[in-house]
Design a protein. Structure first.
Length: 364
């Protein structure tokens, strides 16, 4: 077995994880950018506490995405065309969204400055999508990282993983000051750390988490601790200034609790099996479009707007946001999937035409 495929097909359990992780990412953006989960200083009530609890259970999703990639890329063939495909997919959405907004009158040419257009034309270079930029760099370095992981003995890989975690995660978790090197997990460096950890999991595994019940307990405990530590830090920061730093730190991607929750959540799906062949086929059909869902709803021109279009202000400050959240997540995912299906159809047509033209030139 190599890559994400088993008997010629992608493994449905990991494809399901990609889908669930994207649901969680959309929910995360809804809660934070929609103004549902706000700083406790602004809203100290049960609705806000519950919103932060939901966020704690969703914050692991981004790390899971990188773990999936690292888990398979360490044992699969590196393909340059994948870099080109990823680049054109990002560029497609970076340009599509402003064009649609201009044509529908949602924005005017005066609303976009020169930097906005540069960001749309050069989305990777300008970090229009921070995840896409870090992921692209990770993919470019993947063959070198994979070769190193395959060559290292277990003890060597454990030492390298531990050192990376100390630099990118442990320090910021325990030291009550802002570290200059800490980018909260929004960086290629953190993705590199996750890639190496995923390589270790693929090569040697974590025996204690192979039992699904252990993975479930680990995920729940990690997420609850994220929430509890944040609440405690909020209460203590009123008396001791040093604790104000910790108030939001557990909700960063490179915090140890966020990492442990992500690894446990990854193992929950790693040990799962689908209940029927037809459910596997549905999952395999839908999963490839998850990245398109991200690129659509996280475009810089709409990342704070789509919640407004769904009238989020009507449910802000009340528990009515819960059904609204569920509906919004399902709608964004469905619309994003359908648009990416069209995008893939167009890309396939263009690719087919290009191949035919290249074939004719060779014949001539």
């Amino acid at each position: 077995m190599r890559g994400k495929r088993m008997n010629g097909k992608r493994q449905a359990n990991f494809e399901l994880l990609r889908i669930v992780a994207m649901f969680m990412i959309i929910a995360l953006h809804y809660l934070v950018k929609g103004g549902i989960a706000v700083p406790f200083q602004e809203s100290d009530n049960s609705v806000n506490y519950f919103a932060w609890l939901l966020e704690a259970f969703c914050i692991v999703a981004v790390n899971c995405y990188v773990l999936i990639s690292g888990y398979f890329m360490t044992e699969s063939e590196w393909k340059p065309r994948r870099v080109v495909s990823l680049l054109f997919q990002v560029l497609f959405y970076a340009l599509l969204v402003p064009c649609v907004l201009l044509c529908t009158g949602k924005i005017s040419l005066h609303d976009m400055g020169i930097y906005d257009w540069i960001g749309c034309v050069l989305p990777i270079e300008t970090e229009h999508y921070w995840f896409a930029t870090s992921y692209m760099l990770l993919y470019l370095f993947a063959p070198f990282l994979s070769a190193g992981i395959r060559q290292m003995e277990k003890r060597q890989l454990q030492v390298v993983t531990a050192l990376l975690l100390c630099f990118f995660s442990l320090g910021k978790t325990v030291i009550p000051v802002q570290l200059v090197t800490d980018q909260y997990g929004y960086s290629f460096g953190w993705f590199l750390c996750l890639f190496v950890m995923a390589g270790y999991i693929r090569k040697y595994g974590i025996p204690w988490l192979e039992k699904k019940s252990h993975a479930v307990i680990g995920y729940i405990v990690s997420c609850l601790l994220i929430w509890v530590l944040t609440l405690l830090s909020h209460m203590l920061s009123a008396k001791i200034d040093a604790f104000s730093y910790y108030e939001n730190m557990p909700y960063t991607y490179n915090h140890l609790l966020c990492l442990s929750g992500a690894v446990c959540f990854f193992y929950m799906f790693k040990s799962s099996r689908m209940i029927s062949p037809w459910s596997e086929d549905i999952i395999r059909t839908i999963a490839p479009y998850t990245f398109g869902v991200y690129l659509l709803h996280e475009h810089i021109l709409v990342r704070y707007e789509w919640m407004k279009w769904l009238k989020i202000e009507r449910v802000t400050g009340s528990f009515r946001f819960v059904p609204h959240l569920i509906g919004a997540v399902l709608m964004v995912y469905a619309v994003g999937t359908m648009i990416d299906m069209v995008r893939k159809w167009l890309f396939d047509k263009v690719s087919s035409l290009f191949n035919r033209l290249c074939g004719r030139k060779k014949e001539i």
